[in-house]
Design a protein around this ligand. Structure first.
Ligand code: ZN
Length: 475
């Protein structure tokens, strides 16, 4: 009897204990959520970690350097989940919300990546660091630049940047479209400049991912949203691995404002002006004795011959024009890009070297379009001239081309002789001012004979220009 009674009492005590634990847990969970919500009215920011069971330590101070700015720092020091986030808040709700949105998303992404990792090996340790800098411009604007570093098991696997450019008097968030007077032609100029500068930058040059760079600098407003004005320069930010190999870190590009003054909105124009700007042609035409020649190379690009020709041209600082076959461009996009980067003009020479006079207008259009697109994909620009294979053209062909149709005035017959010693005599005996010389960058013999041709023309006082420049000179 006694034993039975005791067992009954023990059962009742267990029940009480369990319900006490349940209530206590519920209260703690409620307290954490409620506390997180009410403390700074930042539901979104704190809820992500509340669900992880870690209460952040939050500090708030007023910025001495930037009046009206409050600085918040949020720290969690759990073994498995660490983060340290510093961020500013202004007197403008719209700005604050944008910043909080960014912080929350970053935190959620971090926690999610940690969760994924924890499914595989249980005790991954993570760390998220977000810090910021503020730069003031004209006593009227703030650039807020966030840098974010995420590591898992002490390996930094991502660093990225986010920026906000605001009018500190009105709280207006200024987008790239507002920088450039809402003009797409200004965006085109800027995009082109950014692309060229990045691909020519000594730090990144050999590490650039061409396709990614082209995509990141296509003239879309969104592509230029991560920027700041620091000192007297406009700075663009790219993430690690976004446009170049990860070993170069986070690429940035700084452009003096004076250089882009002509396309900037009045309020942002720099006070200093410079002799050159984004509208100045890249290479002013040399004042010469007026003797000009346009070298043209058809049917490439070719992986070895084209490269050798580029080297010889560089030796004489000569610019030329390459009429490329679309299918070759799609096979060797990096060679096409190298030609373009070396400052030469790129022309369309159909997709597969078709005789266009034998095709329907639909087929002609397809030959040109496919090639235009292959060239755009490779170099980020459309070709500026067109030459029909075999020089075969009629009205239909001429009408189909949106760019000038360019023939030649001297045929070296390099395709026929395939003899490097015959190249120079052919040029010599036919040479005249404003000549357009036809050669092919698919024959090794042409590459081998080119140096003597360039040497001769150089000695004779000719300036090597693109076909577009010859067409201009002839007007
Ligand atoms: Zn050809």
């Amino acid at each position: 009897m006694k034993n039975k009674h005791n067992r009954k009492r023990a059962g009742w005590l267990e029940g009480l204990l369990i319900s006490t634990i349940v209530m206590l847990t519920a209260f703690i969970v409620f307290f954490i959520f409620f506390n997180g919500d009410s403390k700074f009215q930042r539901t979104a920011v704190t809820s992500a970690n509340a669900s992880e069971g870690s209460t952040p330590t939050i500090n708030e101070t007023n910025s001495v350097k930037y009046p009206g700015v409050r600085i918040l720092s949020e720290v969690v020091n759990d073994d498995s989940l660490r983060y340290h986030i510093n961020y500013p808040q202004t007197k403008f709700d719209a700005v604050n919300n944008k910043i909080l949105q960014y912080i929350t998303t970053s935190k959620e992404n971090y926690i999610n990546s940690l969760r994924l990792k924890n499914n595989v090996d249980v005790k991954a340790k993570g760390n998220l660091l977000i810090d910021y800098d503020i730069y003031e411009y004209k006593n009227k604007y703030y650039s807020i630049v966030f840098t974010e570093k995420v590591s898992l098991d002490s390996i930094v696997y991502n660093t990225s940047t986010e920026t906000f450019f605001i009018n500190k008097e009105t709280g207006e968030i200024i987008a790239p479209i507002n920088l450039l007077n809402k003009k797409v032609e200004n965006l085109n100029l800027l995009a082109k400049h950014v692309r060229t500068q990045l691909s020519e930058d000594k730090k990144y040059k050999q590490y650039i991912f061409q396709n990614e760079l082209i995509a990141a600098t296509r003239p879309y407003w969104d592509n230029f949203s991560r920027f700041a004005i620091i000192g007297d320069s406009l700075v663009f930010y790219y993430d690690k691995g976004e446009i170049a190999a990860r070993n170069v870190g986070n690429p940035t590009l700084s452009i003096p404002l004076s250089y882009i003054n002509p396309i900037l909105t009045d309020e942002l124009k720099s006070g200093t002006t410079s002799e050159i700007n984004i509208l100045t042609p890249k290479k002013p035409v040399k004042s010469s004795n007026g003797k000009k020649v346009a070298l043209t190379f058809d049917d490439g690009p070719h992986p070895s011959v084209t490269k050798q020709i580029l080297k010889t041209l560089a030796k004489y600082d000569a610019k030329a024009t390459f009429f490329m076959v679309g299918s070759n461009v799609s096979n060797y996009p990096t060679i096409a890009k190298e030609v373009y980067n070396s400052g030469h003009e790129i022309g369309n020479h159909t997709w597969n070297h078709a005789n266009l006079t034998r095709l329907s207008s639909k087929q002609i259009a397809s030959q040109l379009d496919r090639t235009n697109n292959a060239i755009f994909n490779a170099i980020g620009e459309y070709p500026t001239v067109f030459r029909p294979p075999y020089g075969a053209k009629n009205n239909q062909v001429v009408k189909a081309s949106a760019v000038p149709v360019v023939m030649w005035t001297i045929d070296t017959l390099d395709w026929k002789y395939r003899n490097s010693n015959k190249l120079l005599p052919m040029v010599k005996s036919n040479m005249h001012n404003n000549a357009i010389i036809l050669m092919h960058d698919i024959h090794q013999t042409t590459a081998s004979g080119l140096d003597s041709v360039l040497n001769y023309l150089d000695q004779s006082g000719y300036e090597f220009v693109t076909v577009s420049e010859i067409l201009e000179a002839r007007k």
